[in-house]
Write a protein that binds this ligand. Sequence first.
Ligand code: GAR
Length: 197
Amino acid sequence: TKGVAIFASGGGSNMRALVADMTGDHPARPAVVLSNNADAGCISWAQGQGIATEVVDHRPFGADRAAFEAAMTAALAAHAPDIICLAGFMRKLTAGFTDAWAGRMINIHPSLLPKYKGLHTHARALEAGDAQHGCTVHEVTAALDDGPILGQARLDVAPDDTPETLSARVLTLEHRLYPAVLRRFAAGDRSPVTLKG
Ligand code: GAR
């Protein structure tokens, strides 16, 4: 069985979807939830589930991302994860960290990559007048929201969609896509998952 470290910064709804799926014949189990934010909902929820947690606050490290990442690496050591899943982890990672985890770290992003890397993806899709929008799970490389695509879920944009309604509908898709990809990825299967909302 593979051990999974889930990195999250906020409420952690994707984290919960991943944890909920990791039972029975699933090839992985949650090893630890790590957050840069001690007050994040993901931490209290994981504690309630009896999942190990680690908090590494990025703020004391200022601009020294390498030192922040060294502290995360140290915090992970005791949990010996095989895979890292970024699930709403809102810190950029440097090549030092992404190279160390190459082929073993995946991320979910709320757009149909390569469109709309970075923030405000739903507003940008609406502004562009896109007929479809969605989410992507990809392997993490040094470039932000880049790396080989492991799965995408798409939906049709409605005429009355707002960034808020789109965000909510895409998030529901994320909760289907990410567990489906992790199940394959943990079994060594990188064939892409495709879903339609
Ligand atoms: C999700 O929509 C995820 O795709 C996005 O943050 C949200 C986290 O929600 N991630 C990014 O924007 C990464 N740059 P959650 O905490 O409920 O899973």
